[in-house]
Design a protein around this ligand. Structure first.
Ligand code: SAH
Ligand code: SF4
Ligand code: F3S
Length: 474
């Protein structure tokens, strides 16, 4: 999903970041926990919910795994490689546990859900296994584990949205934040494990989302990204609160945008079949709704798309792109692609390359197909494309995207963009790093005018690579 840093294939979207919430002294708490997250932004957002639940029970976060009483790893199952990364990390935790046997190790997230109690057999060092819908039970499970029992809760729920829990912002820059608006997925893309690890789709109470965004804005945040596996099917029927009004994604987007013109709004991910004209018109109507749509195509071949159960055709997708271009001319479009799906021919692979040319993606995440146990594709189709062919096709897709990205970034030379300052550039404390509405990273020198993190500034672009714009404030 939205992690527009460079055009690389990345299996684990962001690896091994650990967190400690701002302003909390871990020594104020009776126990310290360490949490490391893998996978998509929803997993990172979930870790912030977990931190909140644990904080309330008197646990404080630490960035230092060696001083932790509890080590959590929030896991991803999307591709085999993502699971291998987690297993490797677990062997490192094993060494820590050998030094300090009272340390408890908990596996959270999608891999916990997929493997359930099997995890405890396979990985003897694991004490706690908790699925994505069971985080409220964590304090109880920790207690159980402390008494020497292994503890597991992988129940999926049809209702849980953690709507009432204020996430503890971890590793935050104080400017941008993720807000979960729904959980689970009802689509059955045949390659995908998410419906099995995250359960049925459910939308979070609209008021709780708006309140969370308002609260973030009041605390100085200037950008929220609304998260869901399929945000366009967001639908909250507030009958239970007596108002009887249903809220669609377009309406939710509008209400969040109305909090303040100074609050940028992004969202991810849009399934091409579900994004509506209403959403596009809402985006066009509000300057602060960022002009960037992550619209994963997966494949450019109608036959492969059918096998993938994506429910759109090549032509239908292209028409959607046309509609976006017509309604929001300056909109960036980004994508996910899978190469070497079951039975994909060379010609079908070239259709992926040509739909990339058609759409002119600004950025993409690209993967070769990795068969996942229990998915429709695993049960129905043979994973028959040899690994070297999958990888060669992936390489071609990457090269195509590199060209497209460079073209897209070069087009910005000489133009002036409104940039939200995220903070100091990693390369130099004399430079700022920020992003345009299209989510392109911009690096530019600090000035004497006292601009600061969280400010909007105008930047004229004078240089670029395929992943970064460089400029100067005007
Ligand atoms: N909900 C989002 C995607 C979530 S997973 C959507 O519908 O687009 C993120 C990306 O991982 C997918 O878009 C897909 O490109 C990739 N992916 C999912 N399962 C995969 C698999 N089995 N092998 C390779 N890539 C996969
Ligand atoms: Fe997976 Fe498809 Fe759902 Fe995305 S929409 S999470 S790819 S099943
Ligand atoms: Fe991975 Fe689960 Fe997200 S499988 S991509 S962490 S929903």
């Amino acid at each position: 999903m939205l992690d527009l840093i460079s055009n690389k294939t990345h299996d684990e979207t962001r690896q091994g970041e650990s967190f400690a919430p701002f302003g909390l002294d871990p020594n104020d708490y009776k126990k310290k926990f360490y949490i490391e997250s893998y996978g998509c932004q929803m997993n990172f957002a979930d870790s912030e919910v977990v931190a909140s639940i644990l904080n309330k029970e008197g646990f404080g976060a630490t960035r230092n795994v060696e001083e932790a009483d509890l080590i959590f790893i929030n896991t991803c199952s999307i591709r085999e490689k993502a699971e291998q990364t987690v297993r490797k990390r677990l062997t490192e935790f094993k060494k820590l546990k050998a030094q300090n046997p009272s340390t408890l190790v908990g596996v959270l997230g999608c891999m916990a859900e997929r493997l359930k109690a099997k995890f405890l057999e396979e990985e003897k060092l694991v004490d706690i296994v908790v699925g994505p819908d069971a985080y409220r039970s964590l304090p109880g499970l920790v207690e159980e584990a402390e008494s020497g029992q292994k503890s597991v809760n992988v129940l999926l729920s049809r209702e849980e949205t953690y709507a009432d829990i204020s996430p503890v912002r971890l590793n935050t820059n104080g400017v941008t934040a993720f807000v979960s608006i729904m959980r689970g997925c009802n689509n059955m893309c045949s390659f995908c494990v998410v419906p099995f690890t995250r359960g049925r789709e459910r939308s979070r109470d609209a008021e709780s989302i708006i309140n969370e965004c308002k609260d973030l804005f009041d605390k100085g945040y200037r950008e929220v990204t609304l998260l869901g596996q399929n945000v366009d099917s967001y639908y909250y029927n507030s009958e239970s609160d007596g108002s009887g009004n249903a809220v669609t994604f377009a309406q939710l987007l509008e209400r969040v945008a109305q909090i303040s013109p100074l609050l940028r709004v992004r969202f991810s991910t849009s399934h091409p079949k579900d994004i509506t004209s209403d959403v596009l018109h809402t985006m066009a109507a509000y300057e602060n709704i960022c002009k960037c749509i992550h619209l994963p195509v997966q494949s450019g071949s109608t036959r492969v798309l059918q096998l993938m159960n994506r429910t759109y055709t090549r032509e239908w997708y292209m028409a959607k792109v046309d509609e976006i271009r017509a309604i929001i001319p300056d909109c960036a479009i980004t994508s996910d692609m899978i190469t070497g799906f079951c039975t994909e021919t060379e010609e079908e692979h070239r259709e992926t390359l040509s739909i990339m040319d058609y759409t002119r993606y600004d950025f993409s995440y690209m993967f070769f197909y990795s068969e996942r146990p229990g998915t429709l594709a695993q049960r129905r189709y043979k994973d028959d494309i040899p690994l070297d062919v999958k990888k060669r096709r992936l390489q071609e897709v990457i090269e195509k995207q590199n060209e497209l990205s460079l073209t897209s970034y070069r087009k910005d030379l000489g133009k002036v963009f409104k940039v939200l300052i995220d903070g100091d550039s990693k390369r130099s404390a004399d430079d700022w790093v920020g992003r345009t509405s299209q989510n392109k990273v911009v690096i530019f020198p600090k000035s004497q005018h006292g601009e600061k993190k969280g400010d909007y500034v105008s930047v004229k672009i004078n240089d670029c690579t395929q992943a970064t714009l460089f400029g100067a404030m005007v």
